[in-house]
Ligand binder design. Structure first.
Ligand SMILES: [Fe+2]
Length: 238
C-alpha cells in the first residue's frame, strides 16, 4: 500500500529529526503493510524561499534514499504538502510540488482559507494547470464555518480528499472521519507520520477500525485508491 502523506525526510520540517528516526518510521510503516511512501514536507509560501526549500528537500531526500539503500524498507517518492496560498491556481511553482512525476498535489488548508477564492484556485489548478489536487486531512477543517460548502464543492467538482489514519483515534475527529469516509468524500487514508514516538504511523489500526465500524467495503476502497495512485507514480517514474 502507498502512504501519500508523511514527514519522514530528516531535518526539513516538524517531522523526522534524524536519519535514524526516519528509518524507525519506515520500519513501522513496513510492519503495517506500507510498501511505498510519499515524503510530503511542509511548504509555507509566506515564509519560505522556493529555491531554498526545493534544494533542502531534494538534499534530504537524496541523503535518506542512500542511507536506506539495501535495507528493504518502503520505497520513497518525493512530494510536498503545500499550505494553500492565494492565487496558487495561477502559480507556475506548483509543478515543483507534485508527487514524483505525476500531477498529484497535496494541498493543506486552514479553516479561514475555505472560501470562494480557494474554490476558484482549486478549479484553476485542475483546469488551467492540469494538477490533481488532493486536500490533506480534510477532517481537520470540520469546525470551519464553510466546511459544508467545502464538502459540497469537492463532491460536485470531484476533488480528491485525504484523511489521517490517526484521526480515527482522536476524540475530536473520530466521528467526523468515519462519517466522511461513509459518505464517500474520501479518496485516501494516509499516516501523516511525523515521528517514531509521537505522531507515529497508524495505518493498520485505522484500516481495521474502518472495517469494524463501516465494513470491509470501505477500507478496501481506500486501499484500492492508494494502489491506483502507486501504479500511476511507478509508471511515471519509469
Ligand atoms: Fe502533514
Amino acid at each position: 500500500m502507498l502512504d501519500i502523506h508523511s514527514h519522514i525526510l530528516p531535518g526539513v520540517d516538524d517531522g523526522s529529526k534524524s536519519l535514524d528516526e526516519s528509518v524507525k518510521i519506515l520500519e513501522m510503516m513496513k510492519e503495517q503493510g506500507i510498501t511505498d511512501v510519499i515524503a510530503t514536507p511542509h511548504f509555507y509560501a509566506f515564509r519560505e524561499n522556493l529555491d531554498e526549500y526545493l534544494k533542502k528537500i531534494q538534499d534530504s531526500y537524496n541523503l535518506l534514499k542512500s542511507y536506506v539503500a539495501g535495507m528493504n524498507l518502503p520505497d520513497i517518492f518525493l512530494g510536498t504538502e503545500v499550505l494553500y496560498y492565494y492565487n496558487i491556481g495561477e502559480s507556475e511553482s506548483v509543478y515543483n510540488f507534485t508527487f514524483g512525476n505525476t500531477m498529484y498535489l497535496l494541498l493543506e488548508l486552514t479553516n479561514s482559507s475555505i472560501n470562494s477564492d480557494l474554490f476558484k484556485d482549486i478549479r484553476n489548478l485542475r483546469d488551467k494547470k492540469g494538477i490533481i489536487p488532493v486536500i490533506a486531512h480534510i477532517e481537520r477543517y470540520h469546525k470551519s464555518s464553510n466546511f459544508r460548502k467545502l464538502l459540497k464543492f469537492i463532491a460536485k467538482e470531484n476533488i480528491q480528499a485525504q484523511v489521517n489514519a490517526s484521526s480515527l483515534f482522536d476524540d475530536d475527529y473520530t466521528k467526523i472521519t468515519l462519517k466522511l469516509i461513509k459518505k464517500g468524500y474520501i479518496t485516501y487514508i494516509a499516516t501523516d507520520s511525523h515521528s517514531a514516538t509521537g505522531r507515529v504511523p497508524m495505518m493498520n489500526r485505522a484500516l481495521k477500525f474502518i472495517s469494524n465500524h463501516l465494513g470491509n467495503h470501505y477500507s478496501g476502497a481506500l486501499i484500492r485508491n492508494s494502489e491506483k495512485m502507486l501504479d500511476e507514480i511507478t509508471e511515471a517514474s519509469n
